[in-house]
Write a protein that binds this ligand. Structure first.
Ligand code: SF4
Length: 618
């Protein structure tokens, strides 16, 4: 804690890997709060998910028993607008459209016009400090705060904005600060600036991918087909001189359809030139590039007007015209260095702009001098520092797990390789891997998760594995959210079940399996990212930037190692937990030290021995 405080006090980034059980959340909060109180600064705690935000609020509750602290968990307008929730339409509008809608409602409320927002009016009527007192006393979780506001009939989103200015700690999902536009609004809301705040980035191993996802976007033929009723109603409306909405939609559909036909059979996508779409639209519509850009803006504005019309009519405000206009505007604005533009077969045919260099993240980190980056799986730290763009002068640390090392066993098989190429070379490999999975599942009566490297591999192996495993089985294929939650609940309730899923799927992060709820994980194939044009570009870019073979290492190997470490880390959550991980992939030998793994020719026998020792102790 003192090292973190020292680094943050001297306005340096502190990058730390600290395993489960080291108390990193509370240590980070205490260090940041001590520093903040002394310097009048505010703490921003960034998480990836709402459940992680709740965990931070729980830690703040513990701190508040010793010292007064005000923390507020933020959530987006789409998730908390009571007006939209009441109409059953939360998440139906893109943020900017909802923002316009809300601003109009508030304006009407302030000027006493009809069509205002009662929840905003109720909030404005609160003149005492009762809300702040409630937050300081309860330090509520996200849903608790929403429920409290709903009970009072006040807008949770606007209430958060009011309280954030007085809070010591603002807890928020990454997305609030990743894009320049949202970040500006967020900083204004909390009443501070990046140069002044102390920022904690939790689960930082997810940060770069989250930033890339936030900046990537696409338009699919499926979406355009779904928008046909809306397009037909306005087909004659002009979006440019002599160009109707119908002309535009038909031309975009033609362009995607024609390009998809050009994709070679053995590939899923082709790369497009930076100005491909603008050029095609100009040629096919007989326009110049400037007019095509004007069409994008006009379509976007028409979409906003349609969304507002729909809201006024009390119907679902989603507008495909708005989506199309937004796509065209963004497509023209992104450059060819940070993005790969592709035509893909996915989702019936699509145009995609995939971000590879999240420049907005680099901008964020360089503007904020005191940042604590932390995760249980961040090694190798130099890769994180490089790809996230952590400014120079940073401090790095790794704190080991406090739990007895003998409670964990990690094995890998030197003779099995379920990688795509290896299985193509050796037709018997698939069968050997299936037999190994079956043998491990039947070897011991412990709760086990089997992570396949992809859902596709799981589907292909299921017919051979399922009849041979004599346990309660759960398969994560095509389950609705409700069925998935029920399957997880049942798996946790009864020891000895087997949950089959894919790495990176819903089980990979965010679920906790303490004690005997999870004792063994089987990893079927190292989870390298599937080949894609974006991955190839990323590899080349890293190689150019960092040299020495770091292209493949940074783009492919390190993310796979982290995913495996995440899966293995699920086994040991307390001092008394014991667990075994078996990686069915001979390529693990290259990373054996980083994964703390050793080879085993008979893993089923070894796990029997490992767990029989544990049973004697328990
Ligand atoms: S003030 Fe709140 S409840 Fe009212 S429209 Fe805006 S976000 Fe929704």
């Amino acid at each position: 804690m003192s090292e973190a405080k020292e680094a943050l006090a001297s306005k340096k980034h502190f990058v730390v890997e600290s395993g489960t059980g080291t108390g990193k959340t509370i240590c980070a909060l205490v260090a940041a709060l001590e520093l903040a109180k002394g310097s009048g600064r505010k703490v921003i705690y960034l998480t990836r998910t709402v459940s992680q935000s709740d965990q931070v609020m729980v830690e703040l509750q513990a701190i508040s028993e010793i010292k007064r602290v005000v923390g507020i968990p933020m959530s987006g307008r789409a998730k908390s607008c009571l007006f939209m929730k009441g109409a059953g339409r939360d998440d139906a509008l893109p943020p900017h459209a909802l923002s316009r809608f809300c601003e109009e409602k508030k304006k009407r409320t302030r000027s006493g016009q009809v069509g205002g927002c009662g929840h905003y009016a109720n909030l404005s009527a609160i003149k005492d400090g009762s809300l702040l007192t409630y937050v300081a006393r309860e330090l509520p979780l996200v849903q608790e705060f929403d429920d409290h506001c709903a009970d009072m009939g006040i807008c949770p989103y606007e209430a958060r904005k009011l309280l954030a200015k007085d809070a010591d700690v603002v807890v928020a999902p990454y997305i609030h600060v990743l894009s320049d536009e949202l970040r500006e609004h967020f900083m204004e809301t909390i009443g501070s600036n990046l140069g002044e705040v102390i920022m904690i980035i939790d689960e930082a191993h997810n940060l770069v991918d989250s930033a890339r996802d936030a900046e990537s976007f696409r338009l699919t033929l499926t979406e355009l087909h779904a928008g046909m009723p809306e397009f037909k109603m306005r087909s004659g409306m002009e979006v440019g001189k002599g160009t109707t909405l119908k002309d535009l939609v038909d031309t975009v559909k033609e362009i995607i359809t024609d390009k998809i036909k050009e994709i070679p059979e053995d590939q899923d996508e082709v790369e497009l030139g930076r100005m491909f779409l603008e050029g095609e639209l100009a040629t096919r519509l007989g326009l110049d590039i400037g007019s095509v850009k004007a069409i994008a803006t006009n379509t976007f504005e028409l979409g906003q007007a349609i969304a507002e019309e729909k809201i006024a009519a009390g119907s679902d405000p989603r507008s495909m015209t708005l989506h199309l206009g937004e796509f065209l505007r963004r497509w023209s604005s992104v450059d060819g260095t940070s993005f790969v533009k592709t035509a893909s077969r996915e989702e019936g045919g699509s145009l995609r702009a995939v971000n590879v260099v999240p420049e907005q993240l680099e901008g964020l980190l360089s503007s904020c001098p005191s940042v604590l980056h932390m995760s249980g799986t961040l090694r190798p730290l130099e890769q994180y520092v490089d790809v996230a763009g952590v400014p120079s002068g940073y401090v790095t640390r790794c704190y080991p797990s406090p739990y007895p090392p003998e409670n964990k066993m990690v094995l890998y098989t030197p003779d099995l390789n379920p990688g795509f190429d290896a299985m193509a070379r050796d037709p018997s490999m698939k069968c050997k891997v299936e037999e190994a999975v079956t043998a491990l599942c039947n070897a011991v009566d412990v709760s086990t998760i089997v992570f396949f490297r992809s859902y596709d591999l799981m589907r292909r192996m299921r017919p051979q594995i399922e009849p041979s495993v004599h346990k309660g089985m759960f398969w994560d294929t095509g389950l609705s959210a409700d069925h998935f939650n029920r399957a997880i609940y049942k798996f946790k309730q009864k020891r000895g079940g087997i949950f089959f899923t894919a790495m990176g799927g819903r089980v990979s992060e965010g679920l906790d399996f303490p004690g005997r709820q999870l004792e063994m994980v089987v990893i079927v194939g190292l989870p390298y990212s599937p080949p894609s044009l974006a991955l190839r570009k990323l590899e080349m870019l890293y190689e150019t930037r960092y040299g020495n073979g770091k292209g493949k290492r940074y783009a492919q190997e390190v993310p796979a190692i982290r995913k495996v470490n995440q899966a293995v880390g699920r086994l040991i959550r307390t001092e008394s937990d014991r667990g075994a991980a078996i990686i069915l992939d001979s390529r693990t030998s290259k990373y054996a030290a980083e994964l703390d793994a050793r080879p085993s020719a008979a893993p089923a026998v070894e796990v029997q021995r490992f767990f029989s020792r544990g049973d004697q102790h328990s």
